[in-house]
Design a protein around this ligand. Structure first.
Ligand code: NAP
Length: 371
């Protein structure tokens, strides 16, 4: 196929990671890429995929229509505005999107190819043209445990999440670091003094967290030295929308029928860009732990099974260890005292890589017939 590719949202947080990954994998070689912007049309674009050219207007449907493939990390509002106009104009190109807006549409496929390549292929064979990256938490969970589901070993899953600031956006990430700095300014000297009473150090921190001095414009609450057990908006059934996505998106990604029950609590913590999840997996029968570990280990090339030992866990199963890598770390694997058919696990993945940019990058290569 021809390969005129338009990229929108390339200078945002997810888009920047996408561009880094495309450069690292030489994806720009042989591609005719046009970069778009909603705010900087006419300014010089990046020299990637050919010579640097002026940025095109991302709101100009006529220019967008000239592309065979559009890749967007611009956000849901942009998708809701532009995608219907493009389709109404008769554009039949591929739309590959990191935003959630189109995910649950019947015409859309949620892309996570190490997990659902057959589902993606079936959609391509049908002539479908909308391919959407999944929710970061859902994608990271499935990359860790999809093999157990494929083996038909799983009755249900609960996922208790520890989600990073990056999932909320660039401004929120900066706000977390600002909060940390403010805590350091308020209590750092006292904390460094071995003679200073620890409860007074704690009081300095707690006073700041409850004061109007702390930067909370974006999160609406302290995140540093605290956590926020609410992500996204409320649903009518008491779940948050982030929690609702767990079952809805995982089942769509895997095309499961009947659906696999998945539910849990989604919590924002002070990690930078890795989401972690504590999983409880109800097995259909007593599968030996060695079989489970072997199945997980072989499920895809990115999974790293971490032994259930303190030193290995501290070295390899933390956001600090996994951040910036494509690894899907899974450890703390053991049968629970609840019974031999209850498995627990802890998994960590970078939510800007496998959680956002990487499935989109790989889908572009699938559409291009490169993989
Ligand atoms: P973002 O960083 O806010 O960037 C979005 C757009 O903001 C940019 O493409 C750019 O568009 C504009 N912008 C304005 N000022 C900017 C500045 N100083 N630096 C960079 N860009 C600036 O958005 P994002 O967090 O990457 O999220 C994009 C989409 O991906 C959203 O739909 C989000 O839901 C989805 N997503 C995000 C994550 C995540 O972890 N954050 C995960 C999965 C999916 P112009 O060039 O047009 O001005």
């Amino acid at each position: 196929m021809s390969n005129r590719v338009g990229i929108i949202g390339w200078r945002g947080m997810v888009g920047s990671v996408l561009i880094q990954r495309m450069q690292a994998e030489n994806d720009f070689d042989g591609l005719d890429v046009t970069f778009f912007s909603t705010s900087q049309a006419g300014e010089p674009g990046p020299a990637l995929g050919g010579a640097a050219r002026p940025l095109q207007d991302a709101l100009d449907v006529d220019t967008l229509r000239e592309m065979d493939i559009l890749v967007t990390c611009q956000g849901g509002d942009y998708t809701k505005k532009i995608h219907p106009q493009l389709r109404a104009s008769g554009w039949t190109g591929y739309w590959i999107d990191a935003a959630s807006a189109l995910r649950m549409n019947a015409e859309s496929t949620i892309v996570l190819d190490p997990v659902n390549r057959p589902v993606i292929q079936a959609a391509l064979d049908r002539g479908d043209k909308d391919f959407i990256g999944g929710n970061c938490t859902v994608s990271l969970m499935l990359l860790a445990v999809h093999r157990l589901i494929e083996m038909n070993w799983v009755d249900w899953i609960t996922s208790m999440t520890y989600q990073s600031a990056s999932g909320a956006g660039a401004a929120q990430m900066k706000e977390l670091v600002r909060q940390m700095a403010q805590i350091g300014e308020r209590a750092g000297t006292a904390a460094a003094d071995p003679q200073y009473p620890v409860l007074e150090v704690e009081q300095h921190v707690s006073d700041l967290l409850r004061s109007a001095d702390l930067a909370t414009d974006h999160f609406g609450a302290p995140l540093a030295a605290s956590l926020i057990p609410w992500i996204d908006r409320a649903m009518d059934n008491g779940q948050t929308r982030e929690e609702w996505k767990g079952q809805a998106e995982a089942n769509k990604i895997l095309a499961l029928d009947p659906p696999l029950p998945i539910d849990g609590q989604c919590v924002r913590v002070g990690a930078m860009r890795c989401h972690s999840q504590g999983l409880t997996i109800k097995l259909k029968q007593d599968i030996p732990l060695t079989d489970i570990e072997a199945a997980v280990r072989e499920s895809n090339p990115w999974v790293r099974v971490i032994p259930n030992e303190k030193s290995a866990t501290l070295a390899g199963l933390t956001p600090a260890a996994v951040s910036g890598t494509l690894d899907i770390a899974i450890g703390r694997l053991r049968k629970m005292t609840l019974g031999p058919d209850y498995l627990t696990a802890f998994t960590v993945g970078d939510q800007l890589l496998w959680g956002a940019a990487e499935p989109v990058r790989r889908m572009l290569n699938i559409v291009l017939g490169r993989v």
